[in-house]
Design a protein around this ligand. Sequence first.
Ligand SMILES: *[C@@H]1O[C@H](CO)[C@@H](O)[C@H](O)[C@H]1NC(C)=O
Ligand SMILES: *[C@@H]1O[C@H](CO)[C@@H](O)[C@H](O)[C@H]1NC(C)=O
Ligand SMILES: *[C@@H]1O[C@H](CO)[C@@H](O)[C@H](O)[C@H]1NC(C)=O
Ligand SMILES: *[C@@H]1O[C@H](CO)[C@@H](O)[C@H](O)[C@H]1NC(C)=O
Ligand SMILES: *[C@@H]1O[C@H](CO)[C@@H](O)[C@H](O)[C@H]1NC(C)=O
Ligand SMILES: *[C@@H]1O[C@H](CO)[C@@H](O)[C@H](O)[C@H]1NC(C)=O
Length: 507
Amino acid sequence: MRLLSNLFLLASIASASSTDQWKSRSIYQLLTDRFAQSPNNIDPSKCTSPLAPEYDIRHYCGGTYNGLISRLDYIQDMGFDAIWISPITAPVEYETVWGVGWHGYWQQDIYGVNPHFGTRQDIKDLVDECHKRDIYVMVDIVANHMGPYNNTVKDLAIFPTGYDWYYPFNKTEDYHNFCLINDYTNATEVQQCCLGGADSWLPDLNTENPEVVDALNNWIHGLVEEFNFDSVRIDTFRHIRPSFWPEFVKQAGVFAIGEVADTDAINTGPWQDVADSVLNFPLWDALGKVFRDKDRAPMYNLTQQIDTNREHFRDTLVLGNFLDNHDQPRFLNYTTDPTRINNALTFLMTADGIPILYYGTEQGFNGHPEKQYGAGDPWNRDPLWGGSGYDKTSSVYQFVSKLNKLRKMLKSNYPSFFDTLMQNIQTDNSTLTFFKNPLTISISNAPFENSKSVTVPKGSYSGKEGYILVNYLNGDHVGKVQSDGSATITIKDNNPVVAYPKHICPV
Ligand SMILES: *[C@@H]1O[C@H](CO)[C@@H](O)[C@H](O)[C@H]1NC(C)=O
Ligand SMILES: *[C@@H]1O[C@H](CO)[C@@H](O)[C@H](O)[C@H]1NC(C)=O
Ligand SMILES: *[C@@H]1O[C@H](CO)[C@@H](O)[C@H](O)[C@H]1NC(C)=O
Ligand SMILES: *[C@@H]1O[C@H](CO)[C@@H](O)[C@H](O)[C@H]1NC(C)=O
Ligand SMILES: *[C@@H]1O[C@H](CO)[C@@H](O)[C@H](O)[C@H]1NC(C)=O
Ligand SMILES: *[C@@H]1O[C@H](CO)[C@@H](O)[C@H](O)[C@H]1NC(C)=O
């Protein structure tokens, strides 16, 4: 009987990948080359001295799938039940003005795998090992373009020729005619022209050509099936016409989340109609302005963004929320104030949507202090083995672990938490309080002197009359449920409050 139920468990984990099953998860985003080296081939000085020299960080640093397997405990102990890995496909190997394609986004052969990261079998072993731990694997994929076409190899003027090094797209008609994107507000340009600059640009696949469309659909179907991935994170999603995506997403057959790097919800929202989800760039922008920037915007701006997002997105409960990523300056470059970081993390991990933490944040990575734009690419891509390494006692690691533990408890005891929209209770310049049954959450972005009290409406806690409200983050009693199911909580300083009615979760 026990064996039987274990088998059922494994079977259900292995096939679990729909949107509903992703809602309650939290994702750790890592770059395969930068997360961990193979246990039998460790070079701690690689790309660290103590910060990576520019040449090094634009080349391979030695992270592998085996390295990742050897460090899954680190991710699991932080409470994450999903990882997002770099594209697995075989990249162009040549040198460009931006270094080589260690990040995986510059594919040469979409059917091959990146030999620097390991073998096909290593990827399967990684996915198996993750599934044994109930960790889902989201693979990054690129359908818009191939790796950079080097201007020094073939002259721009004789384009389009010389696609012979790409596979399977080796013909002129597999690509759009050459042009560079100059105006990112012009959809025609964004969808038809190439990313990059005149030195090195990414040949844009002709996704109006039925042969290319078929090849991409077959490819994604086979890729997800062969490696048993649970999700695809789709790069440069808005760079292909919307009507391309529904069939592609269907062929992937798993939760699909698109990258639409536009902070205006009016533009980003409609893209969710052709996928399960998109990355929440509008929220990222608001979180940065409210928590990260030196001159912080008032909390109203965050409340406004939440409302705006609801107007423009089909389903805000499944959007991918983040504070930073491999393309954006590291959040911690702007502030090392633990109160601000903790408030931002509390929002990230409890608000509507799927939280995504970018690797390194848990170790306080903040970019390269001596470089111009040292917070951004490539300085936001340091190897994790530099700095404090895999320290499980760091303050952010500990705080995130605690919030993930809360999510696990909610998943067991209050699964509807992940299907319920947060309800705004009160916003002032510096504090936002929202109710998301069973939690009342209060976050602040500036110190304030007098204590504040916030009342969640009657009925909110019906059935829990008389319960004490306890701040999950520090154990403080912050209020009590009244006989009408309302509750008033008191906020004393600008630390985050995650109030829960006591009895549901042992402190
Ligand atoms: C590509 O261009 C860069 C910069 O111009 C040059 O250093 C590199 O050698 C070129 N690569 C090839 C394969 O020609
Ligand atoms: C493209 O690839 C196919 C399949 O490998 C091959 O038969 C064909 O000759 C190639 N075409 C070009 C233009 O290189
Ligand atoms: C958008 O770009 C296309 C291609 O470059 C151009 O033909 C068109 O005029 C542009 N549209 C606008 C509104 O600028
Ligand atoms: C905050 O919102 C107000 C009102 O909509 C707006 O005027 C202001 O520019 C916003 N601040 C930031 C930093 O976006
Ligand atoms: C952020 O990076 C800049 C360089 O771009 C650096 O001058 C600054 O000290 C960094 N800030 C923090 C808090 O690390
Ligand atoms: C809120 O902020 C605005 C603009 O930053 C300011 O004018 C107003 O006095 C502030 N209100 C309070 C209650 O602090």
